[in-house]
Design a protein around this ligand. Structure first.
Ligand SMILES: Nc1ncnc2c1ncn2[C@@H]1O[C@H](COP(=O)(O)OP(=O)(O)OP(=O)(O)O)[C@@H](O)[C@H]1O
Length: 273
């Protein structure tokens, strides 16, 4: 395995043209992610975190700068990229098994083989016995497990996750975080995990990247030298965790404050107008 970055953003900038002119969502953003590295991205609300993921996934082209996946400029959706968003992509008319088999089927795997693969992943995410259930029969946590299996069955080399667990209750979220770490540990995938939750970021990641207030650029990057395997509930209680938390929060806090100032100014501007 080479240590060359599998994801590389170099001075990446994204501008959107809107009714009120050009809006810069991401500005001159430079960051690398190595194979098998788990990077969490935190930043103030609306700063441009999701847009950064869209650049890597090829959903949005960069307006300037470079976005490379495996050394190749991103044009369209690169192969080997898996996504997980806050809203899952589970299809209500398909059973758990067929939802998980959908990816391999779409890539041309014969039905029986795709279902066999899916069965293994349904088992691995702890849903053995629920293969024939339909999404409306599942709890929020179980749906997330289906979404995880749906993503991981494709064996992505890169996993882009945008607040995948934020809609879950705290306990279920903890369980899913552990589940994700357990499954990711065997996968070798590089992960970019966007979250508002700094505790979640530190508990999961090898590195936490702090974004500035809008437009997003990298403010700082912090290594998380906590041993693995980690139990997310346990690790949060350690002195080491709290030290890292304080350090990262010091950096993030300033950006959250700046972002609030921006929001107040924008609101004032709207009132004046
Ligand atoms: N397709 C688009 N067209 C126009 N503007 C957009 C588009 N996508 C994002 N934006 C704007 O870019 C800015 C950054 O949005 P983005 O969703 O990347 O932020 P975020 O940090 O992920 O937000 P949050 O923390 O709320 O999830 C916002 O002002 C948003 O309105």
């Amino acid at each position: 395995m080479t240590d060359d970055p599998v994801i590389r953003l170099r001075g990446a900038t994204k501008r959107f043209r809107g009714a009120s002119g050009v809006h810069t969502a991401v500005h001159d953003l430079t960051m690398d992610v190595r194979p098998g590295e788990f990077v969490a991205v935190v930043g103030p609300t609306g700063c441009g975190k999701s847009t950064t993921l869209s650049l890597v996934s090829g959903l949005e082209p960069a307006s300037a700068g470079e976005v490379l996946v495996r050394g190749e400029p991103v044009r369209g959706i690169p192969a080997g990229v898996g996504y997980m968003f806050q809203q899952d992509a589970i299809q209500p008319w398909r059973s758990v098994l067929d939802n998980v088999a959908a990816g391999p089927r779409w890539r041309g795997t014969p039905k029986a083989q795709a279902r066999e693969l899916a069965r293994g992943w349904v088992e691995r995410v702890g849903l053995g016995g629920f293969e024939g259930y339909y999404p409306h029969q599942l709890s929020g946590g179980m749906r997330k497990r289906v979404a995880l299996a749906q993503t991981l069955v494709n064996e992505p080399e890169i996993l882009l996750m945008d607040e995948p667990f934020s809609a879950l209750d705290v306990q279920t979220r903890g369980l899913m975080q552990d589940e994700l770490l357990r499954l990711w540990a065997g996968s070798g995938a590089a992960v970019i995990f966007v979250t508002h939750d700094l505790e979640e970021a530190i508990a999961l990641a090898d590195r936490v990247v702090v974004m500035t207030a809008a437009p997003a650029t990298v403010k700082a990057s912090f290594d998380v030298p906590l041993a693995r395997p980690r139990d997310v509930e346990e690790v949060r209680l350690t002195a080491e965790f709290l030290d890292i938390y304080r350090e990262v929060w010091d950096s993030l806090r300033e950006e959250v404050a700046r972002s609030r100032e921006q929001a107040v100014k924008a609101e004032g501007g709207r009132r004046v107008a």
